[in-house]
Design a protein around this ligand. Structure first.
Ligand code: GLA
Length: 390
């Protein structure tokens, strides 16, 4: 594939110095949903699927971008001296947002570059194709302009690019998982302190399976921002009485004692999800480390129920996919993953039952929704990096 991209790069941008190759993965979150911006824990891993980028510096200030995923949009052209969000630039706003944030941090990017992107993460499926293109851009800028940035700084700047340039108030989970991902490991991240530890996912008898509902995540951004706002209101009411910085600081016992302070019933349910989901994430990782896969799967199921009933971010399609998985023999756990409102589920399935899982769940889902699901066996890969050529 890299050879083919190299040829395409030469066709698009002409012969010259060899382009450098970079890669950033997508991510799947195993448990800990809508907890990151609430100062709680998350437990994602990086995928072997992701975004490739081939890049070469230019002598002038032009930036030329092309994506094989959006080839009908053609070449997008702009300049390092003129970066602002431009609707016509569509997908290219994600990498350009990263360049702009780097410049805002006074990092010197004056000369432009030619870049070809190619991703194999399904777009808009909740596997973080956007954070993936952000991180691959950050890492290529770091190498190309010799900026000497640490991964932590790049992760934070990519989150800022999405918050400020794109206008989506996402938390830090996606950028973090993509920056710090490690092959065959998931990472438990405390989103309040940004402390993290890796947990080996050496699953032999069981397989993680992603199912894409193929329901596009319509309205996701506005609903996402609405949930953030609801949690903030709940937090402020609790803060009037208890000394906490985020909902992640609240234990379930404390929550039960003080929840009456949250006047709005909807906001109370949102906060209840954030508090209990954080607790579940910590417990789930303990279960996994103790080899209790059934216990881990049970908490995945609880997580889905809470996202469905308390946080209300699942929707008919994701519920149908998860219901079908729960009814299937050999399934230890199944839940929606990512922001919700469409996108993917992740299931823990006994390895010798994966084929029948794909057949049967696909069929039940087709009957329930009229949509065709796509299935992927999860391969956990490394984080964003340069791919060295021989
Ligand atoms: C999206 C956001 C993340 C996180 C998840 C929900 O993926 O980008 O920051 O909030 O939703 O857990």
């Amino acid at each position: 594939m890299q050879e083919q991209l190299r040829r395409q790069f030469a066709e698009l941008f002409g012969q010259g110095e060899e382009p450098r190759h970079f890669f950033a993965p997508g991510r799947v979150n195993l448990i800990g949903e809508h907890t990151d911006y609430n100062g709680g824990h998350v437990f994602p891993c990086a995928l072997s699927l992701g975004t490739y980028a081939l890049v070469r510096k230019r002598k002038d200030t032009k930036i030329k971008l092309f994506s094989t995923n959006f080839d009908t949009e053609g070449m997008i052209e702009t300049s390092t001296t003129n970066l602002r969000f431009t609707p016509e630039h569509q997908w290219a706003n994600y990498p350009l947002g990263v360049v702009k944030i780097f410049q805002d941090y006074k990092l010197e990017i004056k000369q432009g570059f030619d870049v070809l992107f190619c991703g194999n993460i399904p777009n808009g499926a909740g596997l973080s194709s956007s954070a993936s293109i952000e991180l691959v851009t950050a890492v290529l800028l770091n190498h190309l302009y010799d900026l000497q940035l640490e991964m932590m700084e790049m992760v934070k700047m990519c989150q800022r690019a999405e918050n400020e340039f794109i206008g989506v108030s996402c938390g830090i989970m996606d950028q973090f998982a993509i920056g710090f991902g490690k092959k065959d490991h998931a990472l438990l991240l405390d989103c309040e302190t940004l402390r993290y530890t890796y947990s080996p996912i050496a699953l032999e008898q069981v397989t993680l399976v992603i199912a894409n509902s193929n329901k596009r995540r319509g309205l996701a951004d506005s609903k996402y921002n609405e949930r953030r706002f609801e949690c903030r209101s709940a937090l402020e009411q609790l803060q009037a009485v208890i000394h906490i910085h985020s909902l992640g600081d609240v234990s379930p016992q404390e929550f039960e004692k003080y929840k009456h302070l949250i006047q709005n019933e909807t906001n109370r349910r949102r906060a209840e999800h954030a508090v209990y989901e954080n607790q579940r994430t910590i417990e789930a990782v303990e279960k996994l480390q103790a080899g209790d896969l059934h216990g881990f799967g049970h908490l995945m199921n609880e997580s889905h129920r809470s996202l469905r009933d308390l946080y209300e971010v699942t929707g008919a399609e994701l519920d149908a996919l998860v219901q079908a998985a729960w009814a299937q023999e050999g399934v230890l756990g199944s839940r929606m993953t990512g922001a919700g409102f469409g996108g993917c589920t992740v299931s823990l399935v006994e390895s010798d039952k994966v084929e029948s899982f794909i057949q049967d769940v696909g069929k039940v889902y087709r009957q329930a929704s009229g949509l065709e699901a796509a299935f992927y066996r999860v391969e956990i890969g490394d984080g964003a990096r340069e791919l060295l050529q021989d």
